[in-house]
Design a protein around this ligand. Structure first.
Ligand SMILES: [Ca+2]
Length: 180
């Protein structure tokens, strides 16, 4: 009987380390986020990072000539393909999912904040002139509404994602380049 007791004791003491590690990781993330990106409810720690609300979808937007921002696509004004590059990341939310919606659907990232910069995706096509390119990101709701903003024009665009933890617009930075 004594070996059974010992096994139970050992299993119990080793598994109790896991919650402590999660708490330590959450505290580190909070410190890195400057204290403004994280709202961990007490008792969180179900493995999701515990720093966000329900998922919210951001559609690609562009600044219009009148200074407002509205939903937009990128347009291949000449026939060809395009490449997408993850230029940089600066965020700590879990589960940011980047999808290409047009001209084909593909899930590019499922945990964007933890994806290596420099990653590229190539869509050589060729697609006809006038082809639209569109993206969306699904991310956990933080303090403010997230945004996904495109700047630039054919053949090079920059896409900046803000997850809503602050307003620095650099949580995910992507570049889209048209190719011939
Ligand atoms: Ca940010």
């Amino acid at each position: 009987m004594q070996p059974d007791t010992c096994l139970q004791h050992c299993a119990g003491s080793s598994s109790s380390l896991a919650p402590r590690l999660l708490v330590a990781a959450a505290l580190l993330l909070a410190a890195c986020g400057g204290g403004s990106d994280v709202t961990s409810p007490p008792g969180a720690g179900g493995g999701t990072g515990g720093n966000g609300g329900p998922p919210v979808t951001s559609q690609l937007t562009c600044m219009q000539p009148d200074g407002t921002s509205s939903q937009c696509d990128l347009t291949l004004t000449a026939a060809g393909g395009f490449t997408i590059t993850l230029v940089s990341t600066s965020c700590d939310a879990r589960g940011n999912t980047l999808s290409l919606l047009k001209p084909v659907t593909a899930t590019l990232l499922t945990d964007g904040c933890y994806s290596p910069s420099g990653q590229t995706w190539s869509y050589p096509g060729p697609y006809p002139a006038g082809t639209a390119i569109s993206f969306q990101i699904v991310s956990p709701q933080l303090q403010r509404s997230p945004s996904l903003q495109a700047t630039g024009s054919y053949p090079t665009w920059t896409i900046n994602f803000e997850d809503g933890g602050d307003a620095d617009l650099n949580d995910l930075v992507l570049q889209v380049t048209a190719t011939q």
